[in-house]
Design a protein around this ligand. Structure first.
Ligand code: PLP
Length: 406
C-alpha cells in the first residue's frame, strides 16, 4: 500500500522546459504533415522506428504531439505516452491493440457511456466479449477472468457514480493472470498516479480537466515504451493504422494549459469539498469521495496524492427526472453553471447522466448499479467565491423540493 508519493506530478509539470526554435518560451508548433530527410537510409531507419528525434509523417508522430506526450508520461510516471484526437481514440485504439477475435476482457460496469457502448455493441462485431463487473469488489473481477481474458479495464473514479476502484487490488489480480490493468484516470488527473499503484496503462480524455477549457477534444495513452512503440508501429499498431491523430496546434494548446493543472485541480477539489460538506449538513443527498459517508472514502485516501484533494465531481440525487430537470434549468438560470455534458471546465457543468451520457447503459442495468433518473452529475467549477454559489444552489434546491404551483 502506498504511504507517501515517490513522484510529485506537480513538480514534473513545474519542471517542464521545452523551448521554441528561436528561444521562444513555448515550443514551436510543427506545421507539417510530412518531413524531409537528408539521406534515404535515415528514412528507412525511421520507418523501422530506429531513429530518435526523426519524424516521418504526422499521423505517426509530430514534434508538438511528442512534447505533450512526454509531459503526460512524466505526470503519470510512465516510461512513454502517445496523444490522440479524443479520449475515445485513446480507449478504442488501446483495446484494439490488445484484443483479437475470440478474446475477452473484464470491465467495470460503471464506465463512461461511450466506453460501455464500444465494449457492449462494437467489440462483439469483432468476436470480442466483455464481462461487466462491480469494480469495487476485486474478488468479482478475479472470478470473471477466463483463460482467454486479455485485459482488465476500469476508471479510477467511475463515471457517473463516483465509485472508486481499488487499483492495487486490481493490479494484483491482473499480475496473477499476466494481463494488463488499463485505467482511465480522466476524473482524477494528479490526484491519482495509477501507474504507481500498479496500473500498466493509463488513459485520459484530455478534453476534460487536463485541457480544462472545453475548446477541444483529445486523449492520451501512457504506458511502457514497448506498448507505445507497438501502438505506433507502421505495420500493425492500432494508433498508427486507425489514425486517431491529434492536430499539432491542439497539442500545443493542451501543453500550455497543462501548466495550470495543479492549481486548477486543487481549486476544483476545494470547491467541490465545500459544496458537498455544506449540502450534506443540510440533509441533501450528495455523493462525494471526500465525505466520510462515501463508501470508498478511506480507499480514496490511501491511494491519493493528498495535495490535490478529492476531485471536482459530485452527484446529487433529486429522485425524479422531472425534479432533476427543473433543478438544472434553474441552476442555469441563476448562472451557477451550464446544463451541459462534459466536465473539468472553469464553469460548473451539470447533467442527468441516466438519460444522457450514460443512456447507452440499458435501464435495468442502470437500476442495478444505482443510477437513478434523478441523479445529477456536477463538475464543480473554479468559482472564486464558492459561498455565493452554495447560496444559489440551496435556494434552487428549496424551490424544486417545494410543490409546483398549480
Ligand atoms: N473517459 C471518460 C471518463 C469520459 O468521461 C469521457 C467523455 O466524457 C471519455 C473517456 C471520452 O473522451 P472524449 O470525449 O475525449 O472522446
Amino acid at each position: 500500500m502506498k504511504t507517501r508519493p515517490r513522484h510529485r506530478p506537480a513538480d514534473e509539470i513545474q519542471d517542464l522546459q521545452f523551448f521554441g526554435e528561436f528561444g521562444g518560451v513555448n515550443p514551436s508548433i510543427s506545421d507539417s504533415a510530412t518531413y524531409t530527410f537528408l539521406r534515404a537510409s535515415t528514412m528507412t531507419d525511421t520507418f523501422a522506428g530506429e531513429t530518435e528525434g526523426c519524424y516521418l509523417y504526422s499521423r505517426h508522430s509530430h514534434p508538438s504531439g511528442r512534447y505533450l506526450a512526454t509531459a503526460l508520461a512524466r505526470v503519470e510516471n510512465t516510461p512513454s505516452a502517445l496523444v490522440t484526437a479524443s479520449g475515445m481514440g485513446a480507449i478504442t485504439s488501446t483495446l484494439l491493440h490488445h484484443l483479437s477475435a475470440g478474446d475477452h476482457l473484464v470491465s467495470a460496469r460503471t464506465v463512461y457511456g461511450g466506453t460501455y457502448a464500444f465494449m457492449k455493441n462494437f467489440l462483439p462485431k469483432l468476436g470480442i466479449r466483455t464481462t461487466f463487473v462491480d469494480i469495487t469488489k476485486p474478488e468479482k473481477v478475479e472470478a470473471a477472468v477466463e483463460p482467454n481474458t486479455k485485459l482488465i479495464y476500469t476508471e479510477t473514479v467511475s463515471n457517473p457514480l463516483l465509485e472508486v476502484a481499488d487499483i492495487p487490488a486490481l493490479a494484483a489480480v491482473a499480475r496473477k493472470h499476466r494481463i494488463p490493468l488499463v485505467v482511465d484516470n480522466t476524473f482524477t488527473p494528479l490526484i491519482f498516479t495509477p501507474a504507481e499503484l500498479g496500473a500498466d496503462i493509463v488513459i485520459h480524455s484530455l478534453t476534460k480537466f487536463i485541457n480544462g477549457m472545453n475548446d477541444l477534444v483529445a486523449g492520451c495513452v501512457c504506458g511502457s515504451r514497448e506498448l507505445i512503440e507497438g501502438m505506433l508501429n507502421v505495420n500493425d499498431g492500432a494508433a498508427m493504422l486507425l489514425g486517431p491523430v491529434l492536430d499539432s496546434i491542439r497539442a500545443a494548446e493542451i501543453l500550455k494549459n497543462l501548466h495550470t493543472l495543479p492549481v486548477r485541480m486543487a481549486k476544483h477539489s476545494a470547491n467541490a469539498m465545500y459544496l458537498a460538506r455544506e449540502m450534506e449538513k443540510r440533509g441533501i443527498p450528495v455523493r462525494y469521495p471526500g465525505l466520510p459517508s462515501h463508501p470508498q472514502h478511506e480507499l480514496f485516501k490511501r491511494m491519493m496524492n493528498p495535495e490535490f484533494g478529492f476531485g471536482g465531481m459530485l452527484t446529487l440525487d433529486l429522485q425524479t427526472a422531472d425534479k432533476a430537470a427543473r433543478f438544472m434549468e434553474e441552476l442555469q438560470a441563476e448562472n451557477v453553471g451550464y446544463l451541459a455534458v462534459s466536465l473539468g471546465y472553469f464553469k460548473t457543468l451539470f447533467n442527468a447522466p441516466g438519460k444522457g451520457t450514460s443512456s447507452e447503459i440499458p435501464e435495468e442495468e442502470q437500476a442495478r448499479m444505482g443510477l437513478s433518473d434523478g441523479l445529477i452529475r456536477m463538475s464543480v467549477g473554479l468559482d472564486f467565491d464558492i459561498t455565493r454559489t452554495l447560496d444559489k444552489i440551496l435556494r434552487v434546491y428549496e424551490r424544486v423540493q417545494s410543490p409546483e404551483p398549480v
